[in-house]
Design a protein around this ligand. Structure first.
Ligand SMILES: Cc1ncc(COP(=O)(O)O)c(C=O)c1O
Length: 437
């Protein structure tokens, strides 16, 4: 492996030599015709296997809930009482404030956006669609599928930088003063992709800030709330309580799911909020469906049993995936440590590592990696409309491939980051020299 120190300070001849060396190494990887994929944050087959007991539950004999409902039949719009009781602590609410949906919290978020546009939300005077050019705040880098929902329904997407403790709250407060700004996407714990954890102050300011829109909503997507990568189980503030205390009781919609607890395609999704918002949600959901899949709810209860069962299950996930995060970080450290060409996160939970590379090189890196047989998330995906104005952020998703593949893929990505940086630096020095001569 070529050893490099800060390349930005290197002389042109040294850089050219380095470029040749790194290119040669890159060609070596290309010749290996790898076929590796670090694009999407999916659980690996081994992680899914942890929940295989679900496949035999609830069994042919006992498909009745504690309240003696036959879970095979219609009804039970809000979800089984025992399932709500099991997941209430995970969302920080009482069981009467949760609605259990089917397998995708994204679908619940999508419903909330569409219903807000067509019908309005509690506290509003009109449906959001009657606001000319409604807008949504999008902390960046963020989750592409959040941005896609609000893009699809015609919101103006306003990026707001994340600062390590959540979004830049001075900016958020300034922007939220505009009555056209209807909400903000938040991933408060182990954020996708930066892994950051919102500070208590950020949460407090979100709950209490003055908003131009009386019906402003925080979409608090706590997708990774129990997805720890270290023994420390981080906590974030209880946004619903904070909103209530700040006399904005209906401001937050909370979402979560078991997609990365049990089965990504067959888990349970949750909506939690104030009493008024839960009534609103159920009123509209009741037109859309006669009831959710309660067989799945019952088998989740029988499988996970209680909060302790849930936490132990998540420990088993951690044992499988923490080494993959370590391997990725080790590869980045080994190749790029001290070079000054990249900064990466060391998340303590969640599913992603975010890497900031030399501005203007992220797309080139994705291309180079693809050529070498490693698929990574398209550059720009973490920004609204898929456009990163700095062409800077890469999102790595180490959970799905095997540990061996993660090691190999991370090595290639790190090399591509270096190659793109050296190429760029060489080019700019060559241009400068041509200009001066
Ligand atoms: C922040 C965040 N929210 C939601 C989801 C998807 O959740 P679900 O499977 O419940 O729709 C993901 C998946 O990657 C995610 O990263």
């Amino acid at each position: 492996m070529v050893t490099v120190t800060r390349i930005i300070d290197s002389k042109t001849e040294d850089l050219r030599a380095l470029r040749s060396q790194v290119r040669a190494e890159y060609e070596g990887f290309r010749a290996r015709k790898l076929a590796l994929d670090m694009t999407r944050g999916k659980p690996s087959p081994e992680q899914l296997d942890l929940a295989n007991a679900l496949l035999a539950l609830p069994g042919e004999r006992d498909f009745f809930s504690q309240a003696k409902e036959d879970v095979r039949n219609y009804g039970g719009l809000q979800g089984l009482a025992e399932a709500r009781a099991l997941f209430a602590p995970m969302l920080g609410v009482t069981p009467d404030r949760i609605v259990i949906g089917n397998n995708a919290s994204l679908a619940m978020m999508n419903d909330c956006i569409v219903w807000a546009l067509l019908k309005g939300v509690p506290g509003g005077t009109a449906p959001w669609s009657q606001t000319p050019q409604p807008a949504f705040l999008c902390p960046v880098p963020g989750y592409d599928r959040h941005f896609m929902i609000t893009e699809e329904y015609g919101f103006r997407l306003i990026p707001v930088p994340l600062n390590g403790n959540g979004p830049d709250m001075d900016k958020v407060e300034e922007l939220a003063a505009d009555p056209a700004v209807k909400g903000i996407w938040c991933i408060p714990k182990y954020s996708n992709p930066t892994g950051e954890i919102y500070s208590p102050e950020t949460s407090q300011r979100l709950a209490a800030m003055r908003t131009g829109a009386p019906d402003f909503r925080i979409f608090w997507d706590n997708a990774y709330t129990v997805h720890h990568l270290t023994p420390r189980r981080h906590e974030v503030a209880n946004i619903l309580e904070l909103c209530e205390k700040a006399e904005n009781p209906d401001r937050a919609f909370v979402f979560a799911s078991t997609s990365k607890v049990t089965f990504a395609g067959a888990g349970l999704a949750f909506f939690a909020s104030s009493a008024a918002n839960v009534r609103w949600y159920l009123g509209l959901a009741g037109k859309r469906t006669i009831g959710p899949d309660k067989v799945n709810q019952l088998r989740h209860v029988r499988f996970l049993k209680n909060e302790d069962g849930l936490l132990r299950h998540m420990d088993a996930h951690r044992a499988l995936i923490a080494p993959k995060f370590d391997a990725t970080i080790a590869a980045l450290e080994a190749r790029l440590g001290g070079t000054g060409v990249a900064k990466w996160t060391k998340p303590e939970g969640g599913y992603f590592i975010s890497v900031d590379v030399v501005d203007g090189t992220a797309r080139r890196i994705v291309e180079l990696a693809k050529e070498a047989g490693v698929a990574i998330t398209p550059a720009g995906a973490t920004w609204p409309h898929g456009r990163d104005p700095y062409d800077r952020t890469l999102r790595l998703a180490p959970t799905y491939p095997s540990l061996g593949d993660v090691r190999a893929a991370s090595e290639v990505v790190a090399l591509c980051i270096l190659l793109a940086a050296v190429e760029k630096q060489c080019e700019s020095q060559e241009k400068k020299a041509a200009h001066e001569s």
